[in-house]
Design a protein around this ligand. Structure first.
Ligand SMILES: Nc1ncnc2c1ncn2[C@@H]1O[C@H](COP(=O)(O)OP(=O)(O)OP(=O)(O)O)[C@@H](O)[C@H]1O
Ligand SMILES: [Mg+2]
Length: 320
């Protein structure tokens, strides 16, 4: 086991009959991270989470949460985690405070401590003003926040949240995202799933992409960017075709330049596209070379292949 990883799996597998929903995956979640577990419908996100939360037993392999084995020490695992399933549940006929009171009692929190705890949790998720309302009168966004408050009742180290932002409008999504960042700042590790990459990209420190039961890419956001984007496209704009020719001659031997091609001129200006595999220092070398060559550059842009494009590529199985 790696000390720095608060969730770790080894060849974790789940089969339903002959169908392998999760195929021997390795999940590595560093302590203190916000880890986005991303994949299309049916990829195996919920199944993985149900194994991590001890709700379903792995067919094969092992998983540790907070240092405890999900198969050998399931109670200790459950004490360490707060789990928010993808469905809200069946407690709609309670008041907001009763709902939290009920779950706090389930975690054996003494009656004398619960009132204060409930107040703190409601304040954290910004629902203090709704404490006496019936749960089924809450909006979906409020229900998600209440559900999140519930997972915090026993002050767990790790939150495992299955699609916490699903079905929410843009504003409610932002609220959930902000809440997750607050919880991270409180020292919690957050492992959450989503099939919407934009939800993940903004707040995550780490991401794992799962497809058809397999982890196709995993790492810190920085690692992912460089791992998944070895190709960069740089477009250089200069005044006229003569200058463009000069640029081509100057750059053809630069390390990492794969090919150079002319683009359609824009507003009478010549444009050259550079297909490049280098790092930032390589890009600096290119711009330096141009200035040394006395080229007057009108435009220098790098096409950013964003995470969304990367996700689409990866989940199609095309990792360039
Ligand atoms: N109890 C079960 N019995 C049989 N097949 C199952 C069972 N649970 C899940 N599956 C199948 O395993 C695969 C993975 O399902 P899972 O719910 O883990 O996906 P997911 O990534 O959470 O998808 P979604 O984004 O739709 O929530 C799917 O093909 C699903 O039909
Ligand atoms: Mg799911």
């Amino acid at each position: 086991m790696d000390e720095g990883l608060i969730i770790q799996t080894a060849d974790l597998k789940k089969s339903f009959g002959k169908f392998d929903a999760v195929k021997e995956i390795t999940v590595e979640v560093p302590a203190g991270s916000i880890y986005g577990f991303v994949g299309p419908n049916g990829a195996g996100k919920t199944t993985t989470m149900r194994m991590l939360t001890t709700l379903t037993r792995p067919t094969k392999g092992q998983a540790w949460v907070n240092g405890y084995s999900v198969t050998e020490e399931p109670r200790a695992v459950r004490r360490s985690i707060g789990y928010m399933p993808d469905e809200f549940g069946v407690y709609d006929d309670m008041r907001v405070w009763e709902y939290l009171d009920f779950f706090a009692a389930c975690y054996d929190i003494p009656e004398g401590e619960r009132k204060r705890l409930i107040n703190d949790l409601l304040e954290l998720v910004d629902l203090s003003h709704r404490r006496d309302d019936m749960v089924d009168k809450l909006s979906r966004g409020m229900k998600q926040r209440l559900s999140l408050a519930r997972t915090l009742a026993h002050d767990p180290a790790v939150l495992i949240l299955d699609e916490p932002a699903s079905g929410l409008d843009p504003r409610a999504r932002v609220e959930i995202r902000e809440l997750l960042v607050t919880l991270k700042d409180m020292g919690k590790t957050i492992f959450f799933s989503s099939h919407i990459l934009a939800d993940v990209a903004e707040i995550c420190t780490h991401i794992g992409i799962i497809e058809a039961g397999e982890m196709v890419a995993q790492g810190s956001m920085d690692e992912m960017q460089s791992q998944m984007m070895p190709h960069r496209e740089i477009v250089i704009t200069v005044r006229n075709p003569e200058a463009a020719e000069k640029v081509k001659t100057l750059l053809q031997d630069v390390n990492g330049v794969l090919d150079i091609k002319d683009l359609e001129p824009q507003a009478g200006r010549s444009r050259i596209q550079i297909n490049f595999t280098g790092d930032d220092e390589g890009v600096e070398a290119i711009s330096q070379k141009l200035s040394e060559g006395g080229i007057a550059v009108l435009g220098f842009t790098e096409e950013t292949k964003d995470l969304e494009a990367m996700f689409m590529r990866v989940t199609k199985g095309i990792v360039t």
